[in-house]
Ligand binder design. Structure first.
Ligand code: F0G
Length: 457
C-alpha cells in the first residue's frame, strides 16, 4: 500500500526551545538592528529561515562520529576518511579541506585569476562574486533567459545559456581561466542544472580548452531534481547522478554547511596538480595544514558522514517535497513566488508583490522586515541590496527582487512550515501598506550583511 503523505524520515531525539516574542518586542529589536535582520539577535527570531547554511541538524551518527575525530596536526585519520568519501563521490584527485565554501573560493581564485580575467557562471553567489572581484576579475552571469523570469516554469532554470557561454569563450579568449556552474543555482532561486546542460558546458570547455568547476554546495538536491525531471535518470540513485555531475567537471568548490549536512566546513577538490599545489600553498598561509585546512578532526568526521547521508533517497524525497509543500500553499493563496520551488528555499517575488516600491527603495527589505514583524520569521533579501552595488561604486537595480526563505535541513517540522505559510499570507494581505527603505550606512562590499536602513514615509 502506498500512502500520500511524505513524512520526515527521522524522529527527534534532542530538541532546542525557540522563543516567542510579541509585535512590540520585534519592532524594538528590528529598530535597534538598523532594520537589517542580519543584525538581530537570533534569540529574537522564532523561525529562522535566513539561511540553510550550517543551520541543519546533524544525525545521531554524525554526533557519534565527532568522538572518532583524530586531532593530529598532520596526517589525521579523520582526514583520510574525509578524503576517501570526497574522492568516492567526486572522483577528483586532490581533496583540500577548508573552513567553509568561501575559503575554497578564495584559494582557488587567488591562485588562478589575474586582473582583467572573466569568470562565467550560471549565477555567482555573493561570496563567489566578491572573491572574483577581489582579484580584479569579472564575475559574469550567463543563466538561460528563463532563469531570470520568476513566474516562468521550466524544469532546469539553473541551466547555463550555452550560446552566451560560447560567445564569451570566443570573445574573451585567454581572459577566461575557468568556467563555473553552480548546482543548484542559489542566486537564481535554488534552481537545478540538467546533466544535458552540464554536458554542453563540458563540450564548450573542451573546445576552448578551459577548466570546468562546480560550485557544488547543493549537489545532492540538484541530483534529486535530475532524477525527477531529466529523461533517463528516474531509475538512477542520487549518488550515481551526483558522480556523473562531478565526472563532467575538473574540480569543485564546496560548502559542507549545505549538502555536507554539517555546521561548518568545506573543500576544494580538483584534478590539476599545479593548481592543487598553488592552492595548498595558500591554504597553509590562511587556513592550516593540508590535512585539516582550518577544521578540527571531528569536523572532518561529521562532514564525511554527512556526505554519505545526504544522498539517501528518503531524505532527498522529503527534503525537496517539504520545500514544494510550502510553495504550493503560498501559490494557492496568490502569493507571487518564484516557480518552480527551489531545492533549499522558497523565493518570494518582492518586485511583483510590491509594484509601488521602486527597486532602489528595496522592496525585498520591505518584505523581509514585514515577515519578521508579523510573525518572527527571518528571511533574506536577494535583490538590489545584495547585488545592486557595482564595482565602480554606482548602484543599479538587480535582475530580480527576491526574498529567500531558506529551509534548514532536518530542523523544522511540517507545523513550523504551516505557520510560516500563515505569516507570509498575512503579510501578503497587507502588501499595499508596505513602504520602501533607504540605506543610511553601508560598507563598500557585501553591504547586505551590515548595512543600516531607515523606513521611507
Ligand atoms: N556558493 C554558494 C552557491 C552558496 O550558496 C554559498 C553560501 C557559498 C558558495 C559560500 O559558502 O557560506 O560555506 O562560505 N551560501 C550561504 C547562503 C551563505 O545563505 O546561501 P560558505
Amino acid at each position: 500500500m502506498s500512502f500520500h503523505t511524505i513524512i520526515e524520515p527521522f524522529r527527534i531525539k534532542s530538541v532546542e526551545a525557540i522563543r516567542f516574542t510579541d509585535h512590540a518586542e520585534r519592532e524594538g529589536a528590528l529598530e535597534a538592528a538598523g532594520w537589517n535582520v542580519f543584525l538581530l539577535h537570533a534569540d529574537d527570531v522564532l523561525i529562522d529561515l535566513l539561511t540553510d547554511s550550517g543551520t541543519g541538524a546533524m544525525s545521531a551518527a554524525q554526533w557519534g562520529a565527532l568522538m572518532q575525530g583524530d586531532e593530529s596536526y598532520a596526517g589525521s585519520r579523520s582526514f583520510y576518511r574525509f578524503e576517501a568519501v570526497v574522492r568516492d563521490l567526486t572522483g577528483f584527485t586532490h581533496v583540500i579541506p577548508t573552513h567553509q565554501g568561501r575559503a575554497a573560493e578564495r584559494i582557488l581564485f587567488h591562485s588562478t585569476l589575474q586582473r582583467g580575467d572573466v569568470v562565467p557562471n550560471n549565477n555567482h553567489f555573493d561570496t563567489t562574486r566578491a572573491n572574483i572581484e577581489a582579484e580584479g576579475a569579472e564575475a559574469r552571469d550567463l543563466v538561460i533567459p528563463e532563469g531570470r523570469v520568476p513566474a516562468l516554469v521550466h524544469p532546469f532554470k539553473g541551466n547555463v545559456d550555452l550560446a552566451a557561454l560560447e560567445r564569451t569563450l570566443r570573445d574573451e579568449g585567454d581572459r577566461v581561466p575557468l568556467v563555473i556552474v553552480t548546482v543548484t543555482n542559489n542566486s537564481g532561486g535554488g534552481q537545478p542544472v540538467s546533466i544535458e546542460n552540464l554536458r554542453g558546458v563540458r563540450a564548450l570547455c573542451d573546445r576552448f580548452n578551459k577548466r570546468l568547476f562546480l560550485d557544488a554546495c547543493r549537489f545532492a538536491e540538484n541530483a534529486w531534481f535530475v532524477k525527477l525531471r531529466e529523461p533517463g535518470y528516474s531509475e538512477r540513485t542520487p549518488k550515481s547522478i551526483a558522480q556523473e555531475m562531478f565526472g563532467l567537471a575538473d574540480g569543485c568548490t564546496m560548502s559542507a554547511k549545505k549538502d555536507g549536512l554539517s555546521n561548518i566546513g568545506g573543500f576544494l577538490a580538483l584534478n590539476d596538480d599545479r593548481w592543487a599545489e598553488a592552492a595548498r600553498t595558500l591554504l597553509i598561509l590562511t587556513e592550516g595544514f593540508p590535512t585539516y585546512g582550518g577544521l578540527a578532526g571531528y569536523d572532518l568526521e561529521a562532514i564525511a558522514r554527512g556526505l554519505e547521508e545526504v544522498v539517501d533517497e528518503s531524505y532527498l524525497r522529503y527534503r525537496i517535497r517539504s520545500i514544494e509543500y510550502l510553495a504550493e500553499k503560498l501559490h494557492a493563496a496568490g502569493v507571487e513566488i518564484l516557480l518552480p520551488a527551489g531545492g533549499h528555499a522558497i523565493y518570494l517575488d518582492a518586485r511583483a508583490m510590491l509594484p509601488h516600491v521602486r527597486p532602489l527603495a528595496y522592496p525585498g527589505i520591505a518584505v523581509v522586515n514585514a515577515l519578521y514583524l508579523e510573525g518572527g520569521v527571518r528571511g533574506v533579501e536577494i535583490g538590489s541590496v545584495m547585488f545592486g552595488r557595482q564595482p565602480d561604486g554606482s548602484e543599479q537595480p538587480a535582475a530580480m527582487e527576491l526574498v529567500r526563505l531558506a529551509i534548514p535541513r532536518r530542523v523544522y517540522t511540517q507545523s513550523h512550515i504551516d505557520y510560516v505559510a500563515e505569516v507570509v499570507i498575512a503579510v501578503h494581505r497587507k502588501r499595499d501598506e508596505l513602504r520602501g527603505y533607504r540605506i543610511t550606512s553601508a560598507p563598500a562590499v557585501l553591504r547586505h550583511f551590515t548595512a543600516r536602513f531607515e523606513r521611507q514615509s
